[in-house]
Design a binder for this molecule. Structure first.
Ligand SMILES: Cc1cc2nc3c(=O)[nH]c(=O)nc-3n(C[C@H](O)[C@H](O)[C@H](O)COP(=O)(O)O)c2cc1C
Length: 338
């Protein structure tokens, strides 16, 4: 367990994921062994207006615990107000996003834009530490770009503000989500701080998560893309860290049954039309390593009702279990063709 402020929290954490980590996604992952999750990032300013969309993004339930909430902010008054609006006992920690690489965010000095102004970041975090009743953390990147890797300096400013933990994605803003993860800078940050450091970047498999722990000495790891269409990653990683082995990968039956449950959760929460549309990308992720699934992925992309999507999932199961040649990609060429 990791001690963040006065909380004892598990080391494998479902990452804040804009547009992904809504209540159904978190609950699905929790049912597969995720023991600590972040809700979707929200803009602190949007809490001033309390739009329906923002309130929906904040929805949670008694089983959705422990839970972290991440803010996008750059203004001290706005973040102070946002923290005052939060209900007690709902979240275990708050986090300031100083990592988002999107241009329309950084242009306003928010997200990774904060990496260029470490003093301003420190001052904002100070306000958060003062106004928040729960532990305050920050998520940074290794730096703005390859020539300005300053995570250690930023981390020390954040420490001066009194943060209870630091999350670091080992890529620069310039790299976005591609290219090599800089394990060395994560280790440097870990060695510089006396609060827990949670690492992020290419946590795509139990093996890569172990590599992150081994190479950086971090206290915890954020699971982001590794959990897309793969809620099994939590139990498999715990098993791998414990035994060095993974006994059972999910069967096609388990995968498709999970897809049906997930689809139902999406539709219950978002309504059928939106739930089905949102599930399309999950269909692609659940099936990305299944041979011959491409035509069904394309079909799923046009499904507009829950029943249509469920029907394609059943077709997927039948096609994967059938001894017939696969439909595309890996099937042998027809005789007479090259
Ligand atoms: C679709 C998507 C949405 C994301 N949204 C957020 C977010 O809202 N807040 C955040 O701090 N990071 C966000 N991230 C970054 C992840 O939390 C994580 O740091 C990053 O993907 C690196 O980890 P990975 O290489 O294991 O995926 C997002 C990443 C993806 C792919």
């Amino acid at each position: 367990m990791i001690k963040i402020g006065d909380r004892e929290l598990p080391p494998l954490i479902l990452a804040p994921l804009a547009g992904i980590s809504d209540l159904p996604f978190r609950m699905l992952n929790r049912s597969f062994g995720c023991r600590f999750a972040f809700a979707e990032m929200i803009s602190a300013r949007s809490l001033l207006y309390q739009s329906r969309q923002t309130l929906k993004m904040l929805s949670t339930g008694p089983d959705d615990r422990p839970l972290g909430l991440q803010f996008l902010a750059e203004d001290r008054d706005v973040i102070r107000h946002a923290l005052s609006v939060l209900k007690d006992n709902t979240y275990d920690i708050v986090n300031l996003n100083a990592a988002c690489p999107v241009e329309k965010v950084t242009r306003k000095g928010e997200g990774a834009g904060m990496l260029r102004e470490p003093r301003k970041l420190r001052d904002l975090l100070r306000v958060m530490v003062k106004s928040s009743g729960i532990p305050v953390t920050v998520k940074i990147r290794s730096g703005w770009e390859g020539t300005s890797v300053n995570a250690r300096e930023v981390a020390l400013y954040a420490r001066d503000a009194g943060i209870a933990g630091l999350f670091i994605h080992g890529r620069t803003r310039e790299q976005r989500y591609a290219g090599a993860v800089d394990y060395r800078i994560i280790r440097e940050v870990k060695e510089a701080l006396d609060v827990p450091v949670i690492a992020s970047g290419d946590a795509l498999s139990p093996q890569l998560i172990k590599k992150m722990f081994d190479e950086t000495g971090c206290d915890g790891v954020l699971i982001a893309r590794g959990g897309f269409g793969n809620p099994w990653i939590f139990r498999e990683t715990e098993e791998f860290l414990r035994t060095g082995k993974i006994q059972d990968r999910p069967t096609i039956g388990e995968i498709t049954e999970t897809m049906i449950v997930h689809l139902g959760m999406c539709c219950d929460y978002h309504g059928e039309a939106r739930g089905t549309t949102l599930f399309r990308k999950f269909f692609a992720w659940y099936t990305r390593s299944l041979r011959g699934a491409k035509p069904l992925r394309e079909k799923a992309f046009h499904a507009s009702t829950k029943e249509q999507m469920a029907c394609i999932i059943r077709e997927l199961r039948a096609s994967q279990e059938s001894p017939e040649p696969r439909l595309c990609g890996f099937s042998p060429p027809e005789p007479g063709t090259t």
